[in-house]
Design a protein around this ligand. Sequence first.
Ligand code: HEM
Length: 450
Amino acid sequence: MTHSTETREATRPGTPPHGPVRAGLAETVRFMATHTLPVFVRGVASPRPGVVALYSRVNQPGWSSATLRAMKTRHRGAPVMVRALSGEMLVLFDEEDIARFFAEPMDVLAMDAKDKADSLGVFEPTGVLCSHGRLREDRREVNDRALAAGQPLHPACAEYQGIVEEECRPLTAGTILDFPRLRAAVARIARRVALGDAAAEDEELWSWLMTLLGQANWMGRSRPQANRALYGRVEARLARYAAGAAPHTLVARALSAPSPEGTDPLGQIPHWLLATDVCATAIARTLLLLAAHPAEQAEARAEAVAGTRGLPRLRACVQESVRLYPIVPDLVRVTRAETEWRGVRYPAGTTVLVPIGFHQRDPERVPGGHLFAPARWLAPGADQDTRMAPFSQGAGRCPGDLLGLLLSSLVCAEVLRGNRLTGARPALDTGRPLPGIVDTAGIRLRLGRP
Ligand code: HEM
């Protein structure tokens, strides 16, 4: 099956007369050295804090975006075949190509590219992201049901708000809020939301998941047997919580309707727990950005104090923070059918990369791309704009986007309601383009009177 692009493609700039555009040797070495290798060294699944601190000192993302910009300019926006660590990949630069990447169905552009599935398979072997075909559809349905995908306010919003309020109380008791304390509070929120109050203290489950996440950096090639055994303990623990879970929990929602055999609803939970943990990173960066932008902070605080339903301004701040500092900077898919890009055919099995972290900061595409401007997310249709896609778009869009934004904005509101953020570390210079990376583990915020 060939998925042809429109005939006008042949006249688009950068369309090659014959065959694919391939990166030359120097370009390939540069791409590997500044883009692919640094991701591997940092950790594909779990960023290594020491490496992140080093990268932020040397502004590593700046090297990567300089490479991508040079490729985009040199090949006039055409898709470029380039060798990465484990084979070739087609890198997309053009806005129309990227829009199509999001529009293609999963049986053409599938989520479970080999390296990604090998890595995530360590902690979620039956997760939706590692699946394809009918099973993927069934698993996605469980995710959509539990996470209430597409519903602006999760049906269990009131219960989750109560959990966030309780867990955030100790955070704002002192004058300093640092990342380790924030992360610990979000981990408790994650366990209570996903599994129920009985799991609030379960540091052991958490440590198993963190071990597996660290192992995922080796893409399943290190200690496979030990990892499988540890995952077995995770499964057993999840089943225990599922047996007594209250109806508002994600696990109870997942099990609230029958699923076809093989779906494994409980197998979706490790992703939910770890993705909610990632919200701590997004929250810390949002608060850091607000500390550096007093006018935005004042507006966000006013919303928190007013308790505006759905906290739209704070949600926009979190969205802007994940645009600037994406959790998933590279979107990778694999083709399951022959595809055609700019008049060139590529066989099934081609890996396709959209470096969305680069694109959604590109000032040629996103005005003020390196600035913190949360109001851009309040414009109609911003959330569906394929130029900025921190949650991806289309059939592979994050089903937990609205839940993640809900929990993150609620935590930010709890911190801001009675406090003014001052004296944040690391210091951000708002007179210049924002740095491409911040050392999140080192974030420390001073809380003062509003
Ligand atoms: C700031 C928070 C979050 C960000 C920025 C984010 C971003 C993303 C992105 C970009 C993807 C697509 C990955 C890819 O194409 O490889 C994704 C997938 C996914 N996310 Fe999130 N996510 C967040 C929070 C959450 C939360 C809180 C949950 C659940 C509780 C969640 C559940 C999922 C699931 C299940 C998938 C796989 C979807 C599929 O394969 O169809 N995410 N997320």
